[in-house]
Design a protein around this ligand. Structure first.
Ligand code: URA
Length: 210
């Protein structure tokens, strides 16, 4: 079991995150950095996957060699910003199964509203990694995890780029069994629910919609 909150302190992660935070960083560069950073975060969130060993033949001899155990893991992108993390993780784990949870945040109540849900079969037998770059209020993340649990998932991890203390607290209360891996824990949320200092709206910045 990994810690409830893991902050990935690797210098490359922290350097890339600083570049992403800068408001003048162009969309294409932001997207490229997100892809690169997601490789490093994926490395951390999969650090203690269950292993088995198999019998193989190298050109020189036979041996027992380590291999990932169990069913292919499931990556769940929380739309739309989750897709930015998803692409990079799939570079590293190309055979992962992929699902999507569509939730939008009601700008007035800040509460999540579901508009799409499609996930791989046999979730109960898979490690499920839910991805969303910004853990802000934690409302949409907690709601997404609720839906994944209703669909059968029991072994879930949550991967984000930035977390606010409010979101970490909300997740710890709602889903203490779901470890969180993030690149940074920021100061607080502002009155509009944005993470401060943060990086702005992750979706807008990766897709160039503002
Ligand atoms: N979602 C974002 O994209 N950015 C924030 O700061 C908070 C939620």
């Amino acid at each position: 079991m990994i810690e409830h909150l893991t902050i990935v302190q690797h210098p490359l992660v922290q350097h890339k995150l600083t570049l992403m935070r800068e408001k003048e960083t162009p969309t294409a560069v932001f997207r490229q950095l997100l892809r690169e950073i997601s490789h490093l975060l994926a490395y951390e969130v999969t650090r203690n996957l269950e292993m088995t060993s198999v019998h193989i033949e190298t050109p020189l001899t036979e041996m027992r060699a380590p291999k990932l155990a169990g069913k292919k893991l499931a990556l769940i992108s929380i739309l739309r910003a989750g897709n930015g993390l998803l692409d990079g993780i799939l570079d590293l784990i190309p055979s992962a199964r992929v699902g999507f949870v569509g939730l939008y945040r009601d700008e007035e109540t800040l509460k999540p509203v579901q508009y799409y849900f499609k996930v791989p079969t046999e979730l109960e037998d898979r490690l499920v990694i839910a991805v969303d770059p910004m853990l802000a209020t934690g409302n949409s993340s907690a709601a997404a995890i609720d839906l994944l649990k209703q669909a059968g998932a029991t072994n879930i991890r949550f991967l984000c780029l930035l977390a606010a203390p409010e979101g970490v607290k909300r997740m710890a209360e709602a889903h203490p069994d779901v470890p969180i891996v993030t690149a940074a824990l920021d100061s607080h949320l502002n009155e509009k629910g944005y993470i401060v200092p943060g990086l702005g709206d992750a979706g807008d910045r990766m897709f160039g919609t503002k």
